[in-house]
Design a protein around this ligand. Structure first.
Ligand SMILES: Nc1ncnc2c1ncn2[C@@H]1O[C@H](COP(=O)(O)OP(=O)(O)OP(=O)(O)O)[C@@H](O)[C@H]1O
Ligand SMILES: [Mg+2]
Length: 346
């Protein structure tokens, strides 16, 4: 199968920060790659290089067979982008925003109108279609931005954290739209903070941290790497965290993760429900009262702890702060995304 997206040894620095530190990736045509990583990992930078919004310092990338540095116009004609910060025209209605994109791409007025109607329906925006976008909630803007990226059915799509800020119902609705697109042959690179989302949508997952790819595989392969299931216990009495830790150590060769604040202990185990019963029995024998106990599958955070030794939320130690939602940086990103669409339409 041919690769719709290929990146080789991409490097991008911002002053002291190596936002991309030798990223290699490939996405076979018609598949979904999920790019997972904590804040500041380099996800958006990767997307911006691949969508021609940023020039890499070194390395090489092609999208739909075109070089992102040497053939930016051809790349832009082949892609759709939904950026991390919604890029919509505040003063136009939802319907007008979508029709405008169609017309920018030289669709007929009739086709643009019909496409807008379909997209408003898919994204649960039909009721708000004729209100200016400035009256939309955050989740509605996000959905309008995603809809705008789909007006022209590009063969290669990039979505940067498409479901951040969506409620569960809209998240599921978007997952369906994405699955339909992929069933129709679209290639998708999607970034997310949620393993569950990558799990559901992506054929292949890449974990990035500090500008480097630190793991790649299917969701099951990544979870298997983190040591399978976890027992999680919330101890009632803070004084007994030590005793409970001793008990848990008897059930696994891995370390017990202890959160003193929530009195929550977590340990990777093998053995499922039977083992859980034994843990409960032994805690009881040692006089440890518990508020909650359960067996759960690994989360993204577990994948991170196991791959990097730190929690996902602690990973951002390089002064990221310029990309906060709603800030100037966010607005610049939004403006850029709107500009790309306009450029692409030329
Ligand atoms: N325009 C810029 N100027 C300076 N530093 C930047 C710029 N863009 C990104 N960076 C830095 O590059 C690193 C990677 O940022 P990037 O936006 O790619 O992360 P991300 O994985 O998308 O994070 P998030 O989950 O917060 O969106 C961060 O340290 C960030 O501060
Ligand atoms: Mg980002």
């Amino acid at each position: 199968m041919q690769d719709a997206i290929v990146a080789e040894d991409l490097v991008k620095t911002f002053g002291e920060v190596r936002a991309l530190d030798g990223v290699d990736l490939n996405v076979p045509t018609g598949t979904v790659l999920g790019l997972l990583g904590p804040n500041g990992a380099g996800k958006t930078t990767t997307v911006r290089v691949l969508t021609t919004l940023l020039t890499p310092d070194s390395g090489h990338a092609t999208v739909a067979g075109f070089d992102v540095v040497k053939q930016p116009n051809q790349v832009r004609r082949s892609i759709g982008l939904s950026g991390q910060f919604a890029a919509v025209d505040e003063y136009l209605t939802g319907r007008e925003n979508l029709q405008m994109v169609g017309e920018l791409y030289q669709m007929s007025a009739k086709d643009s109108k019909a496409r807008a109607v379909d997209l408003l329906e898919w994204f649960n925006l039909a009721d708000a279609a004729d209100r200016p976008a400035k009256t939309y909630s955050g989740g509605m803007r996000r959905r309008l931005d995603l809809a705008a990226a789909l007006v022209v059915r590009p063969p290669v799509m990039f979505m940067d954290e498409p479901t951040t800020g969506l409620d569960p119902r809209n998240r599921l609705a978007l997952w369906e739209v994405i699955q339909d697109l992929v069933a129709d042959g679209t290639t998708l690179l999607l970034t997310t903070q949620y393993l569950e989302e990558a799990d559901h949508l992506a054929h292949d997952i890449m974990v990035v941290d500090h500008g480097k790819v630190i793991a790649r595989g299917t969701a099951d392969q990544l979870k298997a790497q983190t040591g399978g299931e976890r027992v999680e216990v919330v101890v009632h009495d803070r004084e007994l965290i030590g005793t409970a830790t001793e008990v848990l150590r008897g059930f696994s060769r891995d370390d017990v993760a202890i959160d003193q604040h929530t009195r929550r202990l977590t340990i990777p185990v093998q053995g499922g429900a039977k083992l859980l019963a034994e843990v409960i029995r032994e805690l009881d024998q040692r006089g440890v009262e518990i508020d909650d106990i359960g067996l759960r599958r690994p989360t993204l955070d577990d994948v991170f702890i196991s791959l990097t030794g730190h929690h996902a939320e602690d990973a951002d130690d390089n002064g990221d702060g310029g990309d906060d939602e709603g800030g100037d940086a966010g607005r610049r990103t939004a403006d850029k995304a709107a500009q790309t669409r306009k450029d692409a339409a030329r």
